[in-house]
Design a protein around this ligand. Structure first.
Ligand code: PLP
Length: 524
């Protein structure tokens, strides 16, 4: 393909995508294919000779589209939203076109610097504790006279973090500026998934605990310490916490939640005490801000206090719900986040960014660097002392220019536009919840705080199981189930970018029709 053909085919591809999204509601939500459907449709071997673009595109319709689950479909209500927007798609396109690999600052300075700035923008949009944001000379390097103003302009959580951070800085012998700068050793990075963020947090926490234990008792070997480490999370935490434990070779305790599906301090405290009595070493708690199962919230304040007291790394996973923090009225959910050592959220879920785009902030970037730095000669560069090298902040070396899509999307929508999108989804979830409540055969489980409604048919779990099977088999709508405290629930997530009231009514009507059949069969 030469330049001219690229121009032509690129424009055709944009048309193809725009047409696909415009007419998506005419399709079934889920495909009707069986595993292995694609192999007989494609040649066994790769082609020896070049093929025409028209032939390849014809095969997209013939072979690929029949196997697509249409995540952008207005009747797709499974999992959580898969972020998508035209500015984000175009940002991805530019990233692919530039074709850079940004593992270090020198490998492409704009890639690193835009990423740092975007994480800072989003951190401020969400009013995250200032400990997660890098040192900002404009904000932080002021005369002490200005400090009072600064306190006033901070959010409540920022003020708290300052109070809580005071133990981090050694005031004696430092200039005021140095002490302020030393308090800002936090920052953010873009990783490929929430799972990766949680794994990275776990690896950093693991190294930190092993190092401190080894310092306290030089006779202890790393392997002996590792074998005794324990991470705590709730039964409703995403399975990626358990997976991170498998990879990091540490125990993960999945603790019970209360009647609001929230992990409470008392439960955690008792388990920590029992483990310490057995000679085990607690090192990490992974709390959730918006569980996948039912969008419940762990009690970050109670957990955070225990983590601070017990010197445990506190990670908070806000993969979905984190995006809501851009709206002031939802910030109550992050009460206690000022205790966290790290936090992740996925703009590729609920902030109109295409996959992949996971934001990960840490209070102490050196905890990551200590756990993940290797430094071969071919990766070194002369600005390493001054610049950020994100290869030390995660597992991967090569890194995509992910921040471009953030930059395009945030600027195109403005924070106001993004807030409107989040608020609409939350409003529509309430519309759907009211419809469910008006039908006495259904019940809602958990609170409807954001864009997720968890409901079920009253009665045995089997009834709701049958209902969901029937709905998903129809291809008219797609939802997934979950289990909370032994209750089978159907999760209804508002996902489509332009979801509206009619979509809520159509979804509810479909659910009602299938419920009629399921209940008729059950009563017969
Ligand atoms: N954490 C929560 C709360 C989630 O809802 C999810 C996925 O839905 C994850 C983690 C895992 O996300 P990822 O697919 O980005 O690893």
């Amino acid at each position: 393909m030469d330049d001219e053909e690229f121009r032509r085919r690129g424009k055709e591809m944009i048309d193809y995508i725009a047409d696909y999204l415009k007419h998506i509601s005419e399709r079934r939500v889920t495909p009707e294919v069986e595993p292995g459907y694609l192999r007989p449709m494609l040649p066994k071997n790769a082609p020896e000779k070049s093929e025409t673009w028209d032939n390849i595109m014809a095969d997209v319709e013939r072979a690929i589209m029949p196997g697509i689950t249409h995540w952008q479909h207005p009747r797709f209500h499974a999992y959580f939203p898969a972020g998508n927007s035209y500015p984000s798609i175009l940002g991805e396109m530019l990233s692919a076109g530039l074709g850079i690999v940004g593992f270090s600052w020198a490998a492409s300075p704009a890639c690193t610097e835009l990423e740092t700035i975007m994480l800072d923008w989003i951190g401020r949009m969400m009013a995250l504790p200032v400990g997660f944001l890098p040192f900002d000379p404009v904000r932080d390097d002021k005369d002490s006279d200005d400090d009072d103003d600064e306190e006033e302009s901070c959010s409540e959580s920022e003020v708290e973090i300052k109070a809580n951070n005071s133990h981090d800085s050694v005031m004696n012998g430092e200039t005021h500026r140095e002490s302020k700068q030393s308090r800002h050793i936090g920052g953010g990075v873009l990783l490929g998934s929430a799972s990766e963020c949680i794994l990275v947090a776990m690896l950093a926490a693991r190294t930190k605990k092993i190092t401190s234990k080894r310092l306290a008792d030089p006779l202890m070997e790393d392997g002996q310490i590792l074998a005794r480490l324990v991470c705590y999370t709730s039964k409703l935490a995403h399975s990626c916490v358990e997976k991170a434990g498998l990879i990091a070779m540490v125990r993960v305790r999945q603790l019970a939640v209360d009647e609001h599906f929230s992990l409470r301090g008392k439960t955690l405290e008792e388990c920590i005490r029992a483990d310490k009595e057995k000679g085990l070493i607690p090192f990490l708690v992974s709390g959730t801000l918006g569980t996948t199962s039912c969008c419940s919230y762990d009690n970050l304040e109670e957990i955070g206090e225990i983590c601070r007291r017990e010197k445990l790394w506190f990670h908070v996973d806000g993969a979905y719900a984190g995006s809501a923090l851009i709206c002031e009225e939802y910030r109550y959910i992050m009460k206690g986040l000022h205790y966290a050592d790290s936090f992740n959220t996925n703009p590729n879920k609920w902030l109109l960014m295409n996959f992949d785009c996971s934001c990960f902030w840490v209070r102490d970037k050196f905890a990551l660097i200590n756990a993940m730095s290797v430094d071969p000669l071919y990766l070194q560069h002369k600005h390493a002392q001054k610049a950020v090298d994100y290869r030390h902040w995660g597992v991967a070396l090569s890194r995509r220019f992910r921040s471009l899509k953030l930059w395009f999307t945030i600027r195109s929508y403005g924070i106001d536009g993004l807030r409107y999108y989040i608020r609409e989804h939350c409003r529509l979830a309430k519309v759907f919840a009211l419809l469910i409540c008006a039908d006495s055969r259904f019940e809602i489980i958990g609170d409807v705080t954001l864009g997720l409604v968890c409901f079920r048919l009253k009665g045995s779990n089997k009834l709701s199981q049958k209902l969901l099977l029937s709905l998903n088999d129809s291809g008219l709508i797609h939802m997934v189930p979950s289990m909370v405290n032994d209750i089978y629930i159907i999760r209804f997530a508002v996902c489509a970018k332009y979801a509206n009231d009619d979509d809520m009514h159509m979804a509810f009507n479909t659910i009602q029709e299938h419920a009629n059949d399921v209940l008729a069969e059950y009563c017969a």
